[in-house]
Design a protein around this ligand. Structure first.
Ligand code: HEC
Ligand code: HEC
Length: 234
């Protein structure tokens, strides 16, 4: 997983080369994230909005607010606080196989993708924490327990095996390789802890959460999720 993410960093890096500079293999795309504003001139954002309106709005809706069961919000504050430019670029270019999120790398130029990433980023309201979150340790929990928590709690919205919308729920395909190969364990952990405000993904930790999962239980779930794509070949 880490290897894939690093490999991709080189690609994301090329796009930001002129603006942010790329000086290390491990932190290339992250370097761009340190100062997202650098890569985000008003002109870029404006061009990116035009790309968005033409190619994305049908599913992700105006202002990228999303629509349950159709496409997730891309303007959600918690999402943007942890979704790095690398994550966004990879998701847009490669899509998510087995969902209606197609690979726009075959449709749009790298420039268009860079611009639409700048537009999505421009809606962020919380400080960017992606670097710290991606640097969190990997989960080493109990797969069998995780499977149980997943079936009890997550599958209601994300589907059995995390198949996503195709199983009729409102949650995305978190059991498929397209998502899992793009995110760190920290990204999943923080999303489960805090949720995404104004979506059906509520925080699942703490007394006000939909469930009150411990850190260990969340790691059990992540450990299980990492085993799902291999069990669910398509
Ligand atoms: C009540 C419904 C619901 C439940 C229960 C739920 N989720 Fe979600 N989850 C969502 C929705 C909806 C989204 C996407 C938010 C949006 O549409 O903008 C989401 C998003 C996520 C994401 C980010 C996925 C992405 O595509 O970026 C992760 C990770 C996640 N959920 C994990 C979990 C886990 C693990 C559980 C169980 C412990 C769980 N969720 C329980 C509805 C739910
Ligand atoms: C035909 C509908 C459709 C179109 C058009 C579409 N998307 Fe998506 N997008 C989706 C769906 C569905 C998902 C969630 C897939 C899953 O279940 O994992 C998604 C997920 C995403 C994600 C990940 C969000 C998250 O919560 O992790 C990003 C980023 C994204 N899309 C960007 C774009 C951009 C940018 C465009 C236009 C260039 C676009 N999408 C066009 C349907 C669409």
């Amino acid at each position: 997983m880490i290897l894939k993410r690093k490999k991709f960093g080189v690609f994301a890096c090329l796009g930001f080369l002129a603006l942010a500079g790329c000086n290390s293999h491990s932190g290339a795309a992250i370097a761009a994230d340190k100062s997202p504003s650098v890569a985000m001139t008003a002109k870029k954002v404006q061009k990116g909005k035009a790309v968005f309106v033409e190619n994305c709005v049908a599913c992700h809706q105006a202002d990228a607010i999303g629509q349950p069961g159709v496409a997730p919000s891309l303007s959600n504050p918690e999402f943007l606080s942890m979704a790095s430019s690398e994550f966004l670029t990879k998701t847009i270019a490669s899509g998510r196989a087995g969902t209606s999120m197609v690979a726009f790398g075959e449709i749009l130029s790298k420039q268009d993708i860079n611009n639409v990433v700048a537009y999505i980023r421009s809606q962020a309201t919380l400080p960017f924490r992606g670097e710290q979150i991606d640097a969190q340790p990997d989960a080493h929990g109990d797969e069998r327990l995780g499977k149980m928590w997943f079936a009890d709690i997550c599958s209601t919205c994300h589907g059995v095996n995390g198949n996503g919308y195709e199983s009729g729920g409102t949650g995305t395909a978190i059991g498929k390789a397209g998502f899992l190969n793009t995110v760190s364990d920290g990204f999943i952990r923080e999303t489960v802890r805090h949720g995404r405000s104004n979506t059906r993904m509520r925080g699942l930790q703490g007394p006000s959460g939909l469930a009150n999962l411990t850190d260990r239980e969340i790691d059990d779930i992540i450990t299980y999720m990492r085993t799902v794509p291999s069990k669910d070949e398509e």
